[in-house]
Design a protein around this ligand. Structure first.
Ligand code: PBG
Length: 323
């Protein structure tokens, strides 16, 4: 007790603080989300996410070189389509733009770890994450399409597929389809605990995936629940997930900590579009110090128990971390 115990001794100067530091961020913790779109000569800034762009394939190589220079090695790819239908079938095509992007990146940077988002919301004409039967997103019909999408991504060369639709049994269905086709070494990053969050707004502008009607509350989780998150995680582990994701990140640090404490499997946090845009906007106004707030927000995710972090700030953070 005070006065014998003085915690400030460990904070005396920078070197002492470094000695007592419990959590460190590294460039290898960071995963960068990248949006690819059909077409040519497209490098379009996402208006609600300043500094983030949609790329057509021809614009990709130059940007990938830039990414490589930062030391970032892991990407999460999102695709789009020109042809939407009620089932989102164009997501399965092996010429889908995300498959083409995987091939292109792997050719130049075979050591990159490529993860692909496996969801149908950018491919269905109604914007929901699976086919709708009698007004309800049909779980088992969705699984059939998701399994095909995962196999198409694996065929293109993806290292991990990342199902994000919050369908029951999605990890098992995808694991079985991958194994059937011989892709035993392709891993699954499960969006195990994905909340029906308002923080996805800017992403939906970017991914052209806003539901035409209704919301995603019949499949994504209620932000009020944490015990249910443990059930979601447990099932995904049993179904064969290699990595578990919690999404959004910052507002759900308790969930990240809960998964980290309860499961011996790496937890990945997704700092989503709304988290990015809020920091960006406040930084642009001069209300907060952007660099400091970004690094603190990422450190907080890691301290809570995230092994890796998906963030739109990955490239900036990588530069700041090595300075
Ligand atoms: C697709 C998907 C979404 C995000 C990632 N994958 C949007 C959604 O569920 O509506 C959000 C990512 C972000 O906000 O950065 N299902």
């Amino acid at each position: 007790m005070y006065p014998q115990v003085r915690l400030r001794r460990l904070r005396k100067n920078a070197n002492t603080r470094a000695l007592a530091c419990e959590t460190r961020l590294a460039v290898s913790d960071l995963i960068y989300p990248l949006f690819v779109v059909p077409g040519n000569k497209i490098k379009r800034e996402i208006s609600s996410m300043p500094g983030q762009f949609l790329y057509s394939l021809d614009q990709l190589p130059a940007f990938i070189d830039q990414i490589a220079q930062t030391g970032i090695k892991t990407l999460l790819l999102f695709g789009q389509t020109e042809v939407k239908d009620p089932r989102g079938e164009s997501a399965c095509a092996d010429q889908a733009v995300v498959c083409e992007a995987v091939k292109l990146i792997k050719e130049k940077y075979p050591e990159f770890v490529l993860m692909t988002d496996v969801c149908l919301c950018s491919y269905t004409d109604h914007g929901h994450c699976g086919p709708i039967v009698e007004g309800y997103v049909d779980n088992d019909a969705t699984l059939e399409v998701l399994a095909k999408v995962a196999v198409a991504h694996a065929q293109a060369g993806a290292d991990f597929v990342a199902p994000s639709g919050m369908m029951d049994g999605m990890v098992a269905a995808i694991r079985e389809a991958l194994d059937d086709q011989g892709f035993v070494n392709v891993g699954i990053l499960s969006y195990a605990v994905k909340y029906a969050s308002s923080f996805y707004g800017p992403f939906r502008d970017a991914a052209d995936s806003t539901p035409q009607e209704g919301d995603r509350k019949s499949y994504q989780m209620n932000p009020a629940n944490s015990r249910e998150a443990l059930r979601e995680a447990e099932l995904d582990v049993l179904e064969g997930a290699d990595l578990l994701m919690v999404k959004p990140g910052g507002p759900y640090l308790d969930i990240i900590a809960g998964l980290h404490q309860n499961f011996n499997i790496p937890v990945v946090a997704y700092q989503v579009s709304g988290e990015y845009s809020m920091i960006k906007a406040a930084g642009a106004k001069g209300w907060v110090d952007e660099q400091a707030v970004v690094l603190e927000s990422l450190l907080a995710l890691k301290r809570a128990g995230a092994q890796a972090i998906i963030t739109y700030f990955a490239l900036d953070a990588a530069k700041w971390l090595v300075i």
